[in-house]
Design a protein around this ligand. Structure first.
Ligand code: FPP
Length: 231
């Protein structure tokens, strides 16, 4: 990839697993399995390119209304990812953080997640945020209630500290695959000045080259944050 301005933080909405599987006459779970494999490949590549923070939308709060059979599959994938296949995660040599309310997960999976976050806390070069049972509106409401319970007014900086991304810079680039053009309750507060990139590719087929294209596209953008361009 030619020399470019890299985003510090990329966030992914990994959409299209179900359609990718359906086109292959396979069950949705097949698409989610391929999605997890691709998540490891693409996030590893992002860190290799020099991106410091990667955030993925693995399971939204709204996804929890999916049929039990599909949810069981997704929970199983999460169990394997933080359990049996933990080595793959540790190989990334980045700090792992899970955002969202994981109390919906079976207790053994919650324990595995805690272990992984503790084990990887020593890595300071990169940060991998995995959003599970995450919803941005819920996150904002929780933060407002926390401020109310402390009985204090907030400003932008102190409000940010009440969000689950406290201390983490906002995403510079949000990439959504699967052809839909929306944020679907993902990082709504943090995305105020993120650059958005939409790919028609389904998540399991989004390649390293596609990631590089998205980063090149980002690099050419003029981020003015509401200001005027300097001459
Ligand atoms: C959207 O595709 C994807 C999801 C709801 C789940 C994506 C999750 C993963 C790829 C990884 C799971 C995470 C871990 C940590 C193991 P969709 O099912 O909505 O696809 P569709 O829009 O084509 O139906």
């Amino acid at each position: 990839m030619r020399r470019i301005k890299l985003p510090v933080h990329i966030a992914f909405i990994m959409d299209g697993n179900g359609r990718w599987a359906k086109r292959r006459f396979r069950p949705r779970a097949f698409g989610h399995r391929a999605g997890v494999q691709n998540m490891t490949k693409i996030c590893t590549h992002a860190f290799k390119l020099g991106v410091r923070i990667v955030t993925v939308y693995a399971l939204s709060t709204e996804n929890l209304s999916r049929p039990k059979e599909e949810l069981d599959e997704l929970f199983d994938l999460i169990r394997t990812y933080f359990g049996k296949k933990r080595d793959k995660l540790l190989e990334m040599q980045v700090k792992i953080n899970v955002l969202g309310d994981i109390s919906v997960l079976p207790e053994d999976v919650q324990r595995d997640i805690l272990e992984v976050t503790e084990e990887t806390a020593v890595f300071s070069e990169g940060l991998f945020n995995i959003c599970i049972n995450y919803g941005a509106r819920q996150e904002i409401v929780r933060a407002v209630n926390a401020a109310v319970s402390y009985g204090r007014f907030v400003d932008e900086a102190s409000f940010k500290d009440l969000l689950s991304t406290s201390g983490v810079p906002d995403p510079d680039l949000i990439i959504r695959t699967g052809g839909e053009v929306r944020l679907s309750n993902f990082l709504l507060y943090q995305a105020a000045y993120s650059e958005l990139y939409f790919s028609k590719k389904m998540w399991p087929e989004f390649s390293k080259r596609d990631l590089e294209r998205a980063v090149e596209n980002y690099s050419a953008r003029d981020r003015r944050y509401g200001n005027v361009k300097e001459s």
